[in-house]
Ligand binder design. Sequence first.
Ligand SMILES: *Cc1c(COP(=O)(O)O)cnc(C)c1O
Length: 426
Amino acid sequence: MDSNYKFDTLCVQAGYKADKGAPQVMPIVQNTTYRYYEAEDVAKLFDLESGDYMYSRLGNPTVSTLEKHMAALEGGTAAVAASSGQAATLMTILTLAEKGDHIISSSQVYGGTYNLFAVTLKKLGIDFSFIDTTSKAEDIVKMATPNTKAIFAETLANPALKVLNFKEFKEAANKLGVPLIIDNTLATPYLTKPILHGADIVLHSTTKFSDGHGTSVGGIVIEAGNFDWGKSHKFLSLTTPDESYHGLNFYEKFGDTAFSTKLRATMLRDLGGAMSPMNAFLTHQGLKTLHLRMERHTENALKLAEFLNNHNKVDWVIYPGLKTDPSYNLASMYMPKGAGGVLSFGVHGGREKGEILLRNLNLSSLVVHVGDIKTSVLHPASTTHRQMTEEEQVKAGISPELIRVSVGIEDIEDIIEDFDKALSSL
Ligand SMILES: *Cc1c(COP(=O)(O)O)cnc(C)c1O
């Protein structure tokens, strides 16, 4: 696909082009394995001498289509799809870090990411330090240890909705000589392309806006292709011979796709968190309308945010598109097309009244989800973030009364009426 095409064209067309007489839509190749005639050809697959398909845990034509599609949208050299966003994050971290290593993460991250980092990976010996998304580079650098292997953050934090200060995080990553990993799930490449702001690795929960229709759990990791792994001795797993591949050196052999090739060849192989062809098909279909959906999500979210902000029963609204929002300037700089489809707010009377409000919404659905075409609401303190202490919740940007709204692409008048009615019942 010609990468000079504009974003909207890439949404519609990237990832697959039909050969003469072939289906115009990439088919679902529902298949586990691939036939060969010479043992030597199969040996080449195992030695990574050939990039052909071998077994669907490691690669499948429908899954590859999604990978190419997303790599084109984010402007990366390659991508690897995963069974979920969580699997994408886990495989990314484990490709870079092992027992004894350290990673600096924004404290405003998705609840599942926080648990993975602060509890599960910590148990396996990888240590995490958490720092505010708006921190200065020098403060981020101060958190580092000799074994710091990466910096991790979300473009638009879920559910705190703080916009990342890319410049400071990138400067810190440069100073430490480590990659900047960005979870771009909530912003999507329509609103911002983290690679243009210095991200070395971008990942997504494709479950959210990428799919967009609430059909498929999935994740994806995209490699920017410009991090020099050989610059320091920090990334020996990429720059020295891999014993599980007869001494293959990923950095030398694969260059600007070294990270994603290593992730596929070791993490998909060993952990098995592969995306199914069916989910890849549905997610690829979803991406074709990402630009149109994001445009409407963003437009509707701003209108609902303004409505709530002016409502006398609403205490506060967080939406980076509101001029009064603390993230407004960062949002204008990094997300000029709009501040995304998610907002949060709190009503007078706190948590208790908030729960009544949720009960009285009708069009909007109470679901553990964001990024759906249908308007979705959730109370994080009692659900996605309930495993955290109240102090940890506050650090993650979640107050007890916070209600998160993922604004859908219905008619905005119907959405506003739904909230208006529920608010008047309080
Ligand atoms: C949902 C989400 C994840 C986890 O993705 P799953 O597909 O649910 O495993 C990670 N990061 C962000 C920002 C998310 O919203």
